[in-house]
Design a protein around this ligand. Structure first.
Ligand SMILES: CC(=O)N[C@H](C=O)[C@@H](O)[C@H](O)[C@H](O)COP(=O)(O)O
Length: 237
C-alpha cells in the first residue's frame, strides 16, 4: 500500500511504533519470528511497525498498520539503508516508509541525502524517514526532502552524548526548528520515557529493545539481581 504523508502522520500521531529487530547470529533472527512479534505488537496497540531487512518486511506484508522498513548493512559508519540501492530494495519489499541514514556523513554510494531521496521518489511511491543524530542532521534532512525526522542516531554518531534514556533535549530542539513530524527513537525503555518524548515535542515514539529484544531485557533483570548483596532467601534444604 502507498500512504501519503498527511495520512501517515495522522495515523501515528501520539502513538507507539514498535521496532522489531533481531541481530545477526541471534536466536530470534528469522523473518517469520519477527513477523509474529510484529503482529503481537499490533495487538498491543502499535500504530506502525519498524522492520529491518527485506525478508522481514516481506514476511509482514499482512500487517494492517504501516511498515517502516530499513536495511542495516554493517554496524559502523553509515549503515542504516546506506545507499539508493538499499532504499529501493526496502521499498520493493513493501515498506510504506523507507528509513535511511539521515546524517550529514558521506554515503557509501557518493550520493547526497537529497539526491538519494529524489532518485528514490522517481521510482517508488514511498515516504522517507531520516534517521538523524543531531539537530543539524534534522535541519539538513528536512531540506533534503525527508517526510519524517527520527532521532534514531542520537548518541551514535559522535555529535550527541549517549543519554541513558531518550535524548529529549534533541527532540525538543528538532521540534522547535523543524516542521516535519518527529519520531523519537532510541533508548526509550519505559512507558514514562515514551510519554516524556511526546511531551518534548515528538509526533510519535518508536520503541525497539524494551519491547522486542528479550536478551537485553533479561540482562536488565539479571544485572539488577546481581547488583544486590547476596542475601536472598534460600529456603532450607
Ligand atoms: C542505532 C541503531 O542502530 N538503531 C537501530 C535502528 O533501527 C535499532 O538497533 C534500534 O533498536 C532502534 O532504533 C530502536 O531503538 P531502541 O532499541 O533503543 O528502542
Amino acid at each position: 500500500m502507498s500512504i501519503d504523508a498527511a495520512t501517515f502522520t495522522a495515523r501515528i500521531s501520539g502513538g507507539l511504533i514498535v521496532s522489531c529487530q533481531a541481530y545477526p547470529g541471534e536466536a530470534m533472527r528469522d523473518p517469520n519470528t519477527m513477523a509474529q512479534v510484529a503482529r503481537a505488537a499490533v495487538t498491543g496497540g502499535a500504530v506502525a511497525i519498524r522492520l529491518q531487512g527485506t525478508a522481514d518486511i516481506r514476511a509482514a506484508v499482512d500487517l494492517d498498520v504501516p511498515v517502516i522498513g530499513l536495511w542495516k548493512d554493517g554496524d559502523d559508519g553509515v549503515f542504516i539503508t546506506p545507499t539508493l540501492e538499499h532504499a529501493r530494495a526496502v521499498a520493493d519489499a513493501g515498506a510504506d516508509v523507507v528509513a535511511l541514514d539521515g546524517t550529514r556523513r558521506p554515503r557509501p554510494d557518493g550520493l547526497t541525502l537529497a539526491g538519494t531521496i529524489a532518485a528514490l521518489r522517481e521510482t517508488h511511491d514511498v515516504l522517507v524517514m531520516a534517521d538523524c543524530g543531531s539537530l543539524d542532521d534534522a535541519i539538513a534532512a528536512e531540506e533534503a526532502g525527508a517526510d519524517l525526522l527520527g532521532t534514531t542516531l542520537a548518541g551514535y554518531t559522535g555529535e550527541r552524548r549517549k543519554t541513558p534514556g531518550p535524548d529529549l533535549e534533541l527532540v525538543a530542539q528538532v521540534a522547535a526548528r523543524c516542521t516535519r513530524p518527529i519520531i523519537a527513537e532510541g533508548r526509550i525503555h519505559t512507558p514514562d520515557a515514551a510519554a516524556a518524548a511526546i511531551e518534548a515535542g515528538a509526533t510519535a515514539v518508536c520503541v525497539g529493545t524494551a519491547i522486542t529484544h528479550p536478551s537485553t531485557i533479561t540482562s536488565w533483570f539479571v544485572a539488577a539481581l546481581d547488583a544486590r548483596p547476596a542475601s536472598g532467601h534460600e529456603g532450607s534444604a
